[in-house]
Design a protein around this ligand. Structure first.
Ligand code: UGA
Length: 431
């Protein structure tokens, strides 16, 4: 059995590797020549822990290959996964250009009955448009099915998540098509939900919107705890022990980022607007998230001798979460911009992610080591909880620093031990 994956971004490559691990022959297609060349040299176009060796192995074993010729790729396959990007338009709606282009190519080049699987996150109703786009380019009627199969993997643990999913969701109007898709997953053991395409899509959006809301819930509560001298981490622990609430995604911080939560929340709100409904809870969750880094900076600057003006601030962590180099919607970028507008001098560090060029032009420097980053700093702000930051031995760092103030934007450091080492420590919702 052989499948075609269209789009070699995060979801596409992870899906390719997952199916190759399950013993299925995979062809990955992308119209970006540079990406295909990189992949064929066993290199990922992004950083994901543990993924490159798997890619190398499957390329060597020829269980995966990458191509740039859409016609040949489509002609050779009867099962095609759409994994292309659906970035946000300026109004929050999902940009469907790549989905439309891939669908039209499928219509143009398909030779036999084909199963088209939408794995990209698309708004409700897009499966019908995919069918129309395919049909519009067919020169003779060849039957095809379009099913929806959303992805729930997380960056940083993508392959592990894909190989041990907590559920497989299939949205299909055809039982036969759903079963054909499910046969690809037969080696995986997890609950399976077969429903209609609209419900499958809504499960995906609702999952991300719920998790985003959970984070904003704890972040908003953290703001109240700040004024009441209550530690939000204790509250999160206390409520998380109730299995109806659950402990995960209750970590207060400077907010959620990444390519999924902000984009999917916006797209869901856009769908609601288009249907003249308002999702006030989710709207508010998005607002809390937008303002969370600013809230933290407002609180923290009160303990700085002259706010952040002329202070040198060491920012630890750029990526939107650890174990990825992804900077999309990363709260660190808001923090850096805001520090600059408050006239701070900023030096940053990240084990993997690279500072965007426009910040360099504004005088922000990226140091190679944690020590260099801390050198002469008046304050430290942790934006991403990389393990290496949790492991910093702060006592020997003291002579390097000019001021001994640590702001922990992820409530990830051992505040007590920092205070014992002579630092002023401030987290989120902890004072
Ligand atoms: C998220 C979902 O967790 C996946 O299930 C989903 O498949 C994926 O989006 C997607 O739609 O493709 P991801 O964006 O990789 O995965 O990252 P998460 O681990 O969910 O973290 C998202 C953001 O929330 C990060 O910035 C993280 O720092 C933040 N976060 C997470 C918190 O601030 N507090 C928490 O308690 C948990």
């Amino acid at each position: 059995m052989s499948i075609l994956i269209m789009g070699t971004g995060y979801v596409g490559i992870t899906t390719a590797i997952m199916f190759a691990e399950l013993g299925i022959q995979v062809t990955g297609f992308d119209s970006n020549a540079a990406k295909i060349a990189l992949l064929n040299q066993s290199h990922l176009p992004f950083y994901e822990r543990g993924m490159e060796p798997l890619l190398q192995r499957h390329l060597q074993e020829q269980t995966i290959r990458f191509v740039q010729d859409e016609q040949a790729a489509i002609e050779e396959h009867a099962i095609i996964f759409l994994c292309v990007g659906t970035p946000s338009n300026s109004d929050g709606s999902a940009n469907l250009f790549a989905i439309q282009q891939a669908s039209e190519w499928i219509g143009k080049y398909m030779r036999e009955q084909t199963l088209v699987v939408i794995k990209s996150t698309v708004p409700v109703g897009v499966d019908e448009r995919v069918s129309e786009w395919i049909a519009s380019k067919q020169t003779r009627p060849i039957p095809f099915d379009v099913v929806v199969n959303p992805e729930f993997l997380r960056e940083g643990s993508a392959v592990a998540d894909a190989l041990a999913p907590d559920r497989i969701v299939v949205g299909s109007d055809s039982e036969e098509a759903a079963q054909r898709l499910l046969s690809l997953y037969e080696k995986l053991d997890c609950p399976i939900i077969v429903t209609n395409p609209k419900a499958a899509i809504m499960i995906k959006y609702a999952s991300n919107a719920f998790l985003a809301t959970k984070i904003s819930f704890i972040n908003e509560l953290a703001r109240l705890c700040d004024g009441l001298e209550i530690d939000i981490s204790e509250i999160a622990y206390g409520i998380g022990l109730d299995p109806r609430i659950g402990a995960m995604f209750l970590k207060a911080g400077i907010g959620y980022g990444g390519s999924c939560f902000p984009k999917d929340v916006d797209a869901l709100l856009h769908t609601a607007n288009s249907n003249r409904k308002s999702l006030t809870i989710i709207e508010h969750a998005a607002k809390v998230n937008r303002t969370q880094p600013l809230y933290a900076l407002d609180v923290w600057e009160k303990v700085m001798p002259s706010a952040f003006k002329k202070a040198t601030v060491a920012v630890l962590g750029l990526s939107f979460k650890p174990h990825t180099d992804d900077l999309r919607e990363a709260p660190s970028l808001v923090v850096i911009s805001e520090l600059l507008s408050r006239q701070a001098k900023v030096r940053v560090h990240d084990p993997i992610a690279v500072l965007p060029v426009h910040f360099r032009a504004l005088g922000v420097q990226q140091a190679d080591t944690i020590g260099e980053t801390l050198q002469g700093a008046d304050a430290v702000i942790l934006c991403t909880e990389w393990p290496e930051y949790r492991e910093i031995d702060w006592l020997p760092m003291k002579p390097l620093l000019n001021g001994h103030i640590v702001f922990d934007g992820r409530n990830a450091l051992d505040g007590r031990s920092l205070i014992q080492s002579g630092y002023d420590y401030y987290g989120i919702g902890s004072h």
